[in-house]
Design a binder for this molecule. Structure first.
Ligand SMILES: Cc1cc2nc3c(=O)[nH]c(=O)nc-3n(C[C@H](O)[C@H](O)[C@H](O)COP(=O)(O)OP(=O)(O)OC[C@H]3O[C@@H](n4cnc5c(N)ncnc54)[C@H](O)[C@@H]3O)c2cc1C
Ligand code: FES
Length: 258
């Protein structure tokens, strides 16, 4: 798919909860092409540092291209300073999208940890249009500062179950505590997951135990994001694959999580 690199305008940059921000970019040329699960690569500085662009999942793609991020390092801290009307250099869309569930699937379970929730709002915008499809989000955050109201998920008809490490909101413990609360069926359930590697490994173990199919949106530190430097390679049952070009979305049961 052809990629676009351009300077776009920031439309808004708001704090959704103590930890997470949402940045809206007026990038119509990318908006027309981008699909849930794909990402954009942002130049997160007006100077020299950080040198490499930073990858972000598309959080929403309706009027604007939106990302959802946590300021954790130099790039994301720079992004948090962006204001309406500022320029932003974006490359995208990149990578593979989530596949749509096949006709026999009646239940989609999205399992996200922390910032791993980012690709699922745009995905639920599409899935809600499918009839007779139950949408469930299992979300795990460290503490209540990592949980925001998720109003748009609710408006899309997504049933949400939350767990926090300290029990400050939702169930106490990891998101895997919530697996037992969902009745799955190998013929009609499909899993999608994104989040820290140990969490996705737990989702894979759950999928293997109950014979479930699914997809994982993987994350690795990236440099080129074009499949050239091989810096983002991960191990799969089909050999090494690059997260930026072959992924970030992979068959859940084929990734070898380390
Ligand atoms: C396909 C993809 C989609 C992503 N989508 C989002 C998103 O929607 N929202 C968001 O906030 N972040 C997302 N990320 C992660 C984000 O790109 C990185 O955290 C980025 O490095 C932050 O830049 P920084 O300069 O602020 O911090 P850095 O200084 O680059 O990183 C801060 C710390 O996080 C570690 N780190 C960086 N990248 C990763 C990674 N991919 N996996 C594990 N540890 C890492 C670094 O080693 C360092 O310790 C995504 C990453 C990928 C690969
Ligand atoms: S970042 Fe260079 S190959 Fe993926």
């Amino acid at each position: 798919m052809s990629k676009i690199q351009n300077i776009f305008k920031v439309v808004s940059n708001e704090k959704l909860c103590p930890r997470f921000f949402r940045l809206c970019i007026d990038a119509k040329s990318i908006l027309k092409k981008i699909q849930p699960g794909q990402f954009i690569h942002i130049r997160a500085t007006d100077g020299l540092e950080p040198f490499f662009r930073r990858p972000f999942s598309v959080y929403r793609a309706q009027k604007y291209v939106e990302i959802f991020y946590e300021p954790i390092g130099p790039g994301t801290k720079n992004l948090a300073l962006k204001k309406k009307g500022d320029d932003i250099d974006v490359l995208g869309p990149l990578g593979t999208p989530f596949s749509l569930p096949s006709k026999n699937i009646k239940q989609v379970v999205m399992i996200a940890g922390g910032i791993g929730i980012a690709p699922f709002l745009a995905f639920s915008d599409i899935l809600k249009k499918k009839k007779n499809l139950e949408l469930i989000l299992l979300y795990g955050g460290r503490t209540k500062g990592h949980v925001y109201p998720m109003k748009e998920f609710k408006a899309n008809g997504v049933k949400i179950l939350v767990a926090t490490d300290d029990g400050s909101i939702g169930a106490k413990g990891r998101v895997s505590e919530l697996f037992s609360k969902v009745k799955t069926d190998p013929k009609t359930t499909f899993l999608y997951t994104c989040g820290p590697t140990p969490m996705m490994a737990a989702v894979q173990a759950f999928a293997k135990k109950y014979n479930l199919q699914g997809e994982a949106a993987c994350e690795e530190v990236m440099a080129c994001a074009l499949g050239a430097c091989l810096g983002c390679s991960i191990k799969t049952t089909e050999g090494y694959k690059t997260v930026c070009y072959d992924g970030p979305v992979f068959d859940l049961n084929k990734v070898i999580f380390h």
